[in-house]
Design a protein around this ligand. Structure first.
Ligand SMILES: [Ca+2]
Ligand SMILES: [Ca+2]
Ligand SMILES: [Ca+2]
Ligand SMILES: [Ca+2]
Length: 414
């Protein structure tokens, strides 16, 4: 199964994300040096500008979505990887597009190989375990099982979130190891998965919960490495309009959680816990940014995960689910005025075994929001883990989990 998104989607989305940096070094041929492939260092893949490992050399140590000045220039190559990570996948298209990609574990001079069509035709290179799994065939997004049900249409729109394309089904957004962001429209055929674009590995936080700018399309909030918070306004089809800068200084925050309407004005708000353990509400203004923040309280240092999971206890007020360092899970019921009532224990322990927790809205189709966990204890083959959904109950508890998707261990899903 593969899904090559239409070029039109890529162009539109790429305007909204950062340009990709090159990650390899280019070495000129030394005047006195070992000959041929001996020039290539260990734990790398090397490309040469001439057949038989001659000419200039590019040293590749991690996947490259673009080869820059080496685009369509490689004429021979050496693979000096070992073990599970020994595969290389050579792609004639940029962005690791699987079309025409060719696998190799061995050193080859392309003009003498079984695939001479790649001579001066390689535009992106994948190396490592995922090159093994995805080369020329499958694509790079979570493989969902058929458990995502449509949210009942009879329910009011209030509190609905998690649906990127407004078809009534909660969707999965994921980032892979090379920084590509994908939206998987969970219920529809695999062909509906779209590649949003690359460059998302510059983001240190990604969170979403409904609409922040008033067009009813679900949006994504992202913090970059420099501490700038960005709004990526959803277009209702699973990708984004041009992003909007909200502001800088967000690196003081340990966690961010888009949380739905906490303040009772019908506009989605953002929760943030800072490095001093203070929890803040940033009230959304419905136009894509925020009013003056309000302090909820201190003492949140023992909380290591915030999830804006929605209205878990059916009182029409958005709630917070939080995990503490002891592995307990808590429900903080929203009071609709920007803070929370007395917390309630909803998970007695072991929740730190889940690397991430996320609220994707109603996954099971009963109208109630659920909790989704990166279940790292549940490996399904090498390099994969399970994404599990814990269905919410009417009174804010969680039911036994169901498997939702198989996910690469390098994926981040939210
Ligand atoms: Ca959907
Ligand atoms: Ca929106
Ligand atoms: Ca609000
Ligand atoms: Ca509630």
């Amino acid at each position: 199964m593969r899904s090559a998104p239409p070029a039109r989607l890529l162009r539109g989305a790429l305007t909204a994300v950062l340009a990709l940096g090159l990650s390899a070094t280019v070495l000129a041929q030394p005047s006195v040096a070992a000959d041929g492939w001996d020039r290539c260092p260990d734990n790398a893949v090397c490309g040469f500008s001439q057949p038989e490992y001659q000419g200039d050399m590019i040293v590749i140590r991690k996947p490259m979505l673009s080869l820059g000045s080496w685009d369509n220039r490689i004429r021979s190559y050496v693979v000096k990887l070992s073990g599970y990570s020994s595969a290389v996948c050579l792609h004639p298209e940029p962005g690791l597009d699987p079309e025409g990609a060719t696998h190799s574990y061995f050193s080859e001079s392309l003009d003498e190989s079984s695939h001479p069509e790649l001579d001066r035709a390689v535009s992106s290179v994948d190396i490592g375990p995922e090159a093994d799994d995805f080369c020329g065939s499958e694509s790079r997004y979570p493989m969902l099982w058929d458990v995502v049900k449509k949210r009942p249409t009879t329910l009011p729109a209030t509190g609905a979130f998690g649906d990127m394309d407004r078809d009534g089904h909660a969707d999965v957004v994921s980032r892979n190891m090379v920084g590509q962001l994908w939206t998987t429209h969970a219920y529809t055929s695999p062909g509906r998965t779209v590649l949003v674009g690359g460059g998302w590995d510059t983001m240190t936080k990604l969170t979403r919960h409904g609409d922040f700018d008033g067009d009813l399309n679900e949006d994504v909030l992202a913090r970059d490495k420099a501490g700038v918070l960005w709004l990526y306004p959803g277009n209702g089809k699973g990708w984004f309009k041009p992003r909007v800068k909200i502001g800088g200084g967000w690196n003081t925050m340990r966690d961010l959680a888009a949380a739905g309407d906490l303040t009772g004005d019908g506009k989605a708000d953002l929760l943030a816990s800072d490095s001093a353990g203070v929890l803040w509400t940033y009230p959304g203004n419905g136009k894509g940014w925020f009013g003056a923040r309000k302090q909820i309280g201190g003492g949140w240092k023992s909380i290591n995960e915030l999830v804006g999971a929605g209205d878990m206890n059916s009182d029409k007020k958005a709630d917070l689910v939080a995990r503490d360092t002891a592995g307990k899970l808590w429900l903080y019921p929203g009071n609709g005025r920007g803070w929370f009532g007395a917390r309630k224990l909803i998970g007695t322990g072991g929740w730190n075994g889940h690397k991430e927790l996320a609220g994707l809205g109603d996954v099971t189709g009963d109208g109630r929001p659920d909790l989704v966990a990166h279940a790292w204890g549940s490996y399904v083959g090498e390099g994969h883990f399970l994404l599990r959904v814990y269905p919410g109950t009417a009174d804010g508890r969680l039911q036994a989990p169901r498997d939702l998707a198989q996910v690469r261990s390098t994926h981040f899903v939210f």
